[in-house]
Design a protein around this ligand. Structure first.
Ligand SMILES: CC(=O)SCCNC(=O)CCNC(=O)[C@H](O)C(C)(C)COP(=O)(O)OP(=O)(O)OC[C@H]1O[C@@H](n2cnc3c(N)ncnc32)[C@H](O)[C@@H]1OP(=O)(O)O
Ligand SMILES: CC(=O)C(=O)O
Ligand SMILES: [Mg+2]
Length: 346
């Protein structure tokens, strides 16, 4: 375990100072673009105005024979566009793949000054983060970059879930984590074929109730992992995210899965298809009714202490803190999304 002094020291001479306070950014959806497809790259200028983060995906879903074109396509889309206050991320190939090293060696010098976050797949433990952390510091120093590129880990192996706290604590370069339900299901030997969401057979049966029969109540397969990820992230000041939802035809189930994650503490999810952008925008912008009620709590308890009754409900220091989470998020949403700001009255 490093001492606090060396934890925050740059890992290469000339590398930018690691963040002590991570940058504040609205990241309700991380929108995946396959950058080897010219038609998809052409959609990026329009996406920049619609999403909070544009991510060029280089890993799974990119065919092996298109990996190099995807990397080139990402560098091109990064260079060609002004991302304004929209985040620019990439998901690189995993550490043991034949492509990872060239992904990093080529992307950082070419467009590292525009890149906010590198998403690292299949992170198993702190050692994976340490390796990328050191490599990035060397390349940042060589390229003369002035701000550190952050690392976002995908939690998608049983070993990664086991080591989630060490991963969160590994570096001040850590941005956050996303649940990777597809690879995680495979790694755990789960008997599913889906990308996120529930399963009709993962259910609890109600007790026998005579003529009424029994009802099966479907449970959330991801509750345990999301809870574990949220606690690890929030303990270290990182941001937790739900990952992808693969059934584009089921917007209700997507919305429900995203909302469970939001209520449990996640700040965003992935959008893989344009139809999922507005779902994520709706879910990860706090509900206007909740914001109005939270504002009432803050107004009724200006210094955040004591106990008051609002609409028949007891409020005290702890509900004041919950209200502050909601109002702070609403203000962040309003700072980027004027339409939501008007709805919130912020
Ligand atoms: C488990 C994991 O690792 S999840 C992460 C990896 N997976 C991904 O990144 C997948 C990203 N998404 C995609 O590649 C695509 O959505 C696909 C290939 C799955 C489906 O694409 P399509 O068959 O073109 O879908 P569809 O016909 O519904 O698309 C409708 C329109 O949206 C566009 N579109 C689809 N996906 C995207 C996207 N991610 N970003 C921008 N535009 C998109 C299509 O190009 C099409 O545009 P058009 O009307 O101008 O022709
Ligand atoms: C998100 C991802 O990569 C997975 O579910 O495997
Ligand atoms: Mg995966």
């Amino acid at each position: 375990m490093k001492s606090p002094k060396s934890f925050y020291a740059p890992l290469a001479i000339g590398a930018p100072q690691p963040y002590r306070d991570r940058p504040v950014a609205l990241e309700r959806m991380i929108h995946f673009v396959p950058p080897h497809i010219e038609k998809m790259r052409a959609k990026v200028p329009d996406l920049i105005d619609k999403v909070d983060v544009v991510l060029g995906n280089l890993e799974d879903a990119i065919p092996a024979d298109a990996k190099i074109d995807a990397r080139k396509g990402f560098i091109q889309l990064a260079a060609d566009n002004d991302f304004k206050d929209t985040g620019l991320w990439t998901r690189v190939n995993c550490l043991n793949s034949p492509w990872f090293l060239d992904d990093i060696l080529q992307i950082v010098p070419a467009v590292g000054d525009k890149l906010d976050v590198i998403m690292l797949p299949k992170v198993e433990g702190a050692w994976d983060i340490h390796y990328l952390d050191q490599l990035l510091a060397q390349l940042e120093a060589q390229a003369g970059l002035t701000k550190p590129i952050m690392i976002h880990a995908i939690l998608e192996t049983a070993e990664g879930v086991k080591n989630v706290e060490e991963i969160a604590a590994a570096s001040p370069r850590m941005h956050g984590m996303s649940l990777g339900p597809a690879d995680l299901a495979a790694s755990r030997g789960m008997k599913t074929t889906r990308v996120g969401g529930g399963h009709p057979d993962y259910a609890v049966l109600s007790d026998e109730d005579g003529a009424a029969g029994r009802t099966a109540y479907q449970q959330d397969l991801w509750h345990y992992t999301v809870g574990k990820m949220v606690d690890a992230c929030l303990s270290y000041g990182l941001k937790p995210f739900y990952g992808p939802f693969g059934d584009f035809s089921d917007s209700d189930a997507c919305q429900s899965q995203f909302r469970n994650a939001f209520l449990m503490g996640c700040l965003g999810a992935w959008s893989l298809h344009p139809s999922q952008i507005d779902i994520a925008k709706t879910v990860f912008s706090p509900d206007p009714g909740e914001v109005a009620f939270a504002k009432k709590i803050l107004d009724a308890m200006p210094d955040g202490t004591g106990a008051v009754m609002i609409d028949g409900k007891m409020q005290d220091d702890a509900t004041w803190k919950q209200a502050k989470v909601i109002v702070d998020l609403a203000r962040l949403v309003a700072s980027k999304d004027k339409a939501m700001g008007d709805i919130y009255g912020l």
